[in-house]
Write a protein that binds this ligand. Structure first.
Ligand SMILES: [Zn+2]
Ligand SMILES: [Zn+2]
Length: 757
């Protein structure tokens, strides 16, 4: 490698390089520097256990605990420094809090290209800015291109080539004159995709929106979490845009916008691009190619990108001038990582905002109970869970568009009107009415495939997944039985494998079957289905949504994929088909999730000037959840639910962590977990005096999906009213588990603030 002249001279006495690697050992590794120009934060290539690995230099030292002759040498240094101190501090916090090896935390936060053994090269572009005042007589009367260039530079401070090219095709010649005269300077930055300004005007804010914007803008300097609680269609995005417009006027300032799912990025991205076209914007999500991801990541990390819109993984993107963070749909469970380090991007965002001393805005129509609790406190409750509000609450209670009203919500009692092929007569009639009026309908069923179960009526056999303790879902079109947990596919049996009966019947409803039913009922209607099976290609959803907007679809059938964020002006009916199983689920979070989902999907109706109607098919129309939903009173529902959680000492009134273990043989899992809970209890007893709170340790149990992908699973729940006490116990738990004799035969992980077991 050629030494880079801009590097500080390497300290000749610092012959030891201390690096972290992507290995499950929570420590630094020492290497000898054979005279390469190494800096802290550099990426290096080192030998490790017979392989070559990319590591990050954490420190340079003069001596090592390992005798020098046993140390291996650094093989290569890349001339890039992916991290700043602030990002490393955040990653350190996460590794500690989630009890995950630091090296893996650090390396996993990087785009793949930066984990590979090769230099990371992104495309560059020039940006121009005024270097000194331009004399009045410099611009002649007929030099229009030149004067337009100068006006642009004066307006924006810094302009990229795409912006300047809009003045004229011959802009380069005029610019050269400015450069030659020393009036303009230019520098090379990581290239970003240019945005186009919108032709439409910014809407006027209503009182509530204006209040929210002003409240946050008055408190920009310092850490403050805000909960922006706004009903569907209340114009949260417009609030975000106004905040960014203001925050980004500060030179170099950056903002991070997080969205739960990739499907939401195109819509939000195009709105942000058109309204904030003067600021370089990049997206970060899993649908980008590896080179795009590197490009966008480096644009953020170098400070070129002023706006980053990303999903969960973008929370760790280094942004040297971060001034504001926004998490849209903050209640969404996809913010929680379910493998590797089990972080929750919302919680990490809070920590990051605190460390950077900046505001963070959490937006939702149905906030998570965690955030709700933080925003309202426990309203006078006392006891060990007493808590004061730490977030500030901003409410948007009305739809932003003047004519748009919240939809009316009704329940259809399926005990009185039994559905036929999934549809009650009332719902069928409502769809027919929409077809006659030329309006659109949306049917929500959160189950993809043809039918959830394949059943033998002779012997009651049901088709199971071969690798999981779960039913295999019938996918008739693809002619397979597919497991939605592990992805395993098997052919549909021609006869019952148990008794030989050839008459196997699909039971229950799912998207494909409803689609078929609707096509039979309304042969003239144009029906479209949106679920993970139809929307696999990158642009499939965007294409389908534009077909809906263009009025080319009469009836939409979809899973929760459709529930979020999409705006359909001509959609006036939402039918909810089958959600009763979630009403009485053993998971205490099921009703919170169901409410959020139904509120979201109901929010799709009546976004334009026509009123919307929501029909929910249920056998339990008296359920409190539906009462709150009909009144669209999330606050009342959340308050009740919160009181219940406080009474039962469930999160968010307490904190939990789950030790999850799996092996091919459950007896091993059981032994490990039994030993674990005993050791944990013993620790709590022995340290009763020093622990702020004595965490509760439950007995080992099996999760709902007891066998997943041929692994037998079990878990132990730990619970405490104090985060600190729980963390203290977890620290010991990790050491204990690493030393357990079964450690090599078991896969275990600690899931802090677990949402799923
Ligand atoms: Zn049978
Ligand atoms: Zn399976």
């Amino acid at each position: 490698m050629c030494p880079d002249v801009s590097l500080p001279a390497a300290d000749p006495t610092a012959s030891i390089v201390r690096v972290v690697l992507d290995v499950p050992l929570d420590r630094w590794f020492d290497y000898v520097n054979p005279g390469l120009p190494v800096r802290e934060g550099n990426r290096v290539v080192v030998p490790f256990a017979g392989r070559q690995l990319v590591g990050i230099v954490m420190a340079l030292a003069t001596e090592s605990d390992v005798p020098e002759h046993k140390l291996k040498a650094v093989l290569q240094v890349f001339d890039d420094v992916p991290f700043d101190t602030a990002t490393l501090k955040l990653l350190r916090f996460c590794a500690d809090y989630y009890h995950y090896p630091f090296g893996q935390t650090v390396l996993a936060s990087l785009p793949l290209r930066l984990r590979q053994i090769k230099p990371a090269v992104s495309r560059k572009m020039w940006v121009y800015q005024l270097a000194q005042p331009i004399p009045v007589d410099f611009v002649g009367k007929r030099q229009q291109v030149l004067s337009r260039l100068i006006a642009l530079l004066q307006q924006h401070g810094e302009c990229n080539e795409a912006m300047l090219a809009k003045t004229s095709a011959s802009w380069r010649k005029a610019m050269q004159g400015l450069l030659d005269g020393g009036y303009v300077s230019r520098r090379e930055v990581i290239a970003t995709r240019p945005s186009m300004p919108a032709s439409d005007l910014a809407p006027t804010l209503n009182d509530e929106q204006a209040h929210a914007v002003n409240a946050i803008l008055d408190n920009l300097h310092g850490f403050q979490p805000w909960l922006l609680f706004g009903v569907t269609g209340s114009g949260k995005t417009e609030v975000y845009i106004r905040l960014l417009e203001k925050v980004l006027t500060e030179p170099q300032a950056q903002a991070l916008i997080m969205v739960p799912e990739i499907n939401l990025t195109p819509q939000l991205e195009s709105r942000f691009r058109s309204r904030l076209s003067q600021f370089a914007l990049v997206t970060l999500h899993s649908h980008l190619s590896e080179s795009e991801r590197l490009q966008n990541w480096q644009a953020a990390q170098s400070g070129t990108a002023r706006i980053v819109i990303g999903t969960r993984l973008s929370i760790f993107t280094p942004m040297p001038h971060l001034k504001l963070m926004i998490l849209d749909e903050e209640h969404d469970t996809s913010y929680k990582q379910q493998d590797g380090m089990r972080y929750h991007a919302r919680d990490v965002a809070l920590v990051r905002a605190k460390q950077a001393n900046i505001p963070v805005v959490l937006g939702s129509a149905t906030p998570s109970l965690e955030s709700w609790y933080n925003a309202i406190g426990d309203r006078g409750q006392s006891g060990r869970a007493a808590r004061k509000p730490s977030y500030r609450l901003l409410t948007l209670s009305r739809r932003a568009a003047a004519q748009a009203q919240l939809p009316r919500i009704f329940c259809i009692d399926t005990t009185h009107s039994p559905p036929e092929a999934g549809l009650t007569p009332q719902l069928k009639h409502a769809i027919e009415l929409r077809l006659q009026r030329g309006e659109q309908s949306l049917l929500f069923i959160n189950r993809r495939g043809y039918a959830p179960v394949l059943h033998c009526s002779a012997c009651q056999w049901l088709a199971d997944c071969r690798r999981c303790s779960a039913k295999a879902v019938l996918h008739l079109r693809q002619r397979v039985l597919r497991c939605h947990h592990c992805g395993d596919e098997q052919p549909i049996p021609v006869q019952c494998p148990s008794c030989g009966n050839p008459d196997l019947r699909p039971v229950g409803q799912a998207t494909q079957r409803i689609e078929e039913t609707l096509q039979q009922l309304f042969p003239q209607a144009r029906v479209a289905r949106v679920d993970r099976d139809t929307i696999q290609a990158k642009d499939a959803l965007t294409e389908l949504l534009s077909a809906v907007h263009a009025g080319k679809v009469d009836i939409l059938i979809g899973t929760q994929m459709l529930a979020k964020g999409h705006d359909f002006a001509n959609l006036t009916l939402v039918g909810v088909l089958d959600t009763d199983s979630a009403l009485y689920s053993p998971d205490y979070r099921a009703s919170e999730r169901l409410f959020a989902q139904l509120m979201q999907v109901a929010g799709r109706a009546g976004r334009g000037d026509k009123p919307g109607e929501v029909l929910i098919q249920t056998a339990f129309p008296q359920h409190a959840l539906f009462a709150a939903l009909r009144e669209q009173n999330y606050a009342a529902f959340a308050d009740d639910l919160l009181q219940e959680r406080i009474a039962m000492q469930f999160p968010p009134a307490t904190y939990i962590a789950v030790m999850k273990a799996e092996a091919t043989d459950y007896s091993l899992v059981e032994r490990f977990l039994t030993d674990f809970s005993q050791a944990a209890r013993q620790y709590v007893t022995e340290h009763a005096v020093t622990l702020v709170d004595q965490p509760l340790i439950y007995d080992p149990v099996r999760p709902g999906i007891a066998r997943l992908n041929r692994m037998e699973r079990g878990y132990v729940m730990l619970q405490s009213a104090h985060r600190g006490a729980l963390q203290q116990l977890l620290q010991v738990a990790v050491e204990w588990s690493n030393a357990h004799p079964l450690q090599a035969k078991i896969r275990w992980i600690i899931d802090v603030d677990a949402l799923e077991y």
